[in-house]
Design a protein around this ligand. Structure first.
Ligand SMILES: [Ca+2]
Ligand SMILES: [Ca+2]
Ligand SMILES: [Ca+2]
Length: 242
C-alpha cells in the first residue's frame, strides 16, 4: 500500500454500542517497515459495518487500492448495501473513501471479489446479494470498471440460492474471469452448491445462468446473453466525513 514493496496489514473496525449501532467505522492500514516493525497506522473513516475487505489496483496506476463491502444497519429489514473504495495513488497516497451503491434489499452480503469479468483488463468488483425473501431475483451483482472506476451496479444471475461467498477465476482460460459463488441453499429444498457464471463481454448481464452444480463442470459453463438490467443509480465521488 505504501510503495515500498513490503506487504502491509489492513483491517476494518466498527465501534458498536449496546444497541449494535455502528458508531464509527474505519479501514486501517498498518505499514510494515521490515524487521518486525510497523509505522504509524493510516486510518480512513468508512460507512458502517465494513464486513469484507479486498485489495486490487482498480486504476492500474501501480498502487493497490482497498475496497470494503458494507452491511446496512438491519439487513433483515432491508436497506442500501454499499461498497466503499479507498483509491491509492502513487503520488497522493491512500485517499478518502468513495462510496458506491451496490444493491438495495432484504438480505446479507458477505461476498466480495475483484477480477476482470468484463474483458477490458481492468479489475471489476463482484458481490453477493442474497435476497432473503421471494422473489429472490439475481443473487449477485457487479460494479464494472468500465469506464474507469466504477459504472452503475448491474445484476448477475448466478446459479443457486443464498450465496455466502464469491470468487473470480479464469477457469476456461479465455482471459476473462468467471464468477463463482458458494451457495448455502434455502430452507433445505435448494441444495448447497457451487455456481459458475461466464459473463458475456458483449452483454455483461447474464440472464440465463443454467444450473447450479455441486462441483464445477466446465462443460456446464455456457456464455449467456440478454438485456442489460441496470439496477440502481450509482453515487460517485461521495466522500465520507472524517
Ligand atoms: Ca491505485
Ligand atoms: Ca473489467
Ligand atoms: Ca474465462
Amino acid at each position: 500500500m505504501t510503495g515500498d514493496d513490503l506487504p502491509d496489514v489492513i483491517i476494518s473496525t466498527c465501534d458498536q454500542d449496546l444497541a449494535d449501532e455502528c458508531l464509527d467505522a474505519r479501514v486501517v492500514v498498518f505499514p510494515y517497515e521490515g524487521a518486525g516493525m510497523f509505522g504509524n497506522a493510516i486510518e480512513r473513516s468508512v460507512a458502517p459495518f465494513p464486513v469484507r475487505l479486498l485489495v486490487a489496483d482498480f486504476e492500474l496506476d501501480g498502487a493497490p487500492d482497498v475496497a470494503a463491502l458494507h452491511l446496512p444497519a438491519a439487513p433483515q429489514a432491508g436497506g442500501a448495501h454499499l461498497i466503499s473504495v479507498l483509491f491509492n495513488d502513487p503520488a497522493q497516497g491512500i485517499g478518502l473513501a468513495t462510496e458506491y451503491d451496490a444493491w438495495n434489499g432484504i438480505g446479507y452480503s458477505f461476498g466480495l471479489a475483484a477480477g476482470d469479468v468484463s474483458g477490458n483488463d481492468r479489475p471489476d468488483l463482484v458481490f453477493t446479494q442474497h435476497l432473503a425473501t421471494p422473489p429472490r431475483g439475481p443473487q449477485a451483482g457487479f460494479l464494472p470498471n468500465d469506464p474507469g472506476p466504477f459504472g452503475a451496479p448491474l445484476d448477475l444471475d448466478v446459479p443457486g440460492l443464498a450465496p455466502s461467498n464469491i470468487h473470480v477465476a479464469d477457469i476456461d482460460g479465455d482471459g476473462r474471469c468467471e464468477v463463482i459463488t458458494i451457495n448455502n441453499g434455502v430452507d433445505g429444498s435448494d441444495p448447497i452448491s457451487v455456481g459458475v457464471l461466464d459473463v458475456d463481454p458483449l452483454s455483461p448481464i447474464a440472464t440465463d445462468p443454467g444450473e447450479a452444480v455441486e462441483e464445477p463442470d466446465l462443460d456446464e459453463i455456457v456464455p449467456t446473453s440478454g438485456p442489460r438490467r441496470a439496477k440502481a443509480k450509482v453515487t460517485r465521488g461521495r466522500k465520507t466525513r472524517r
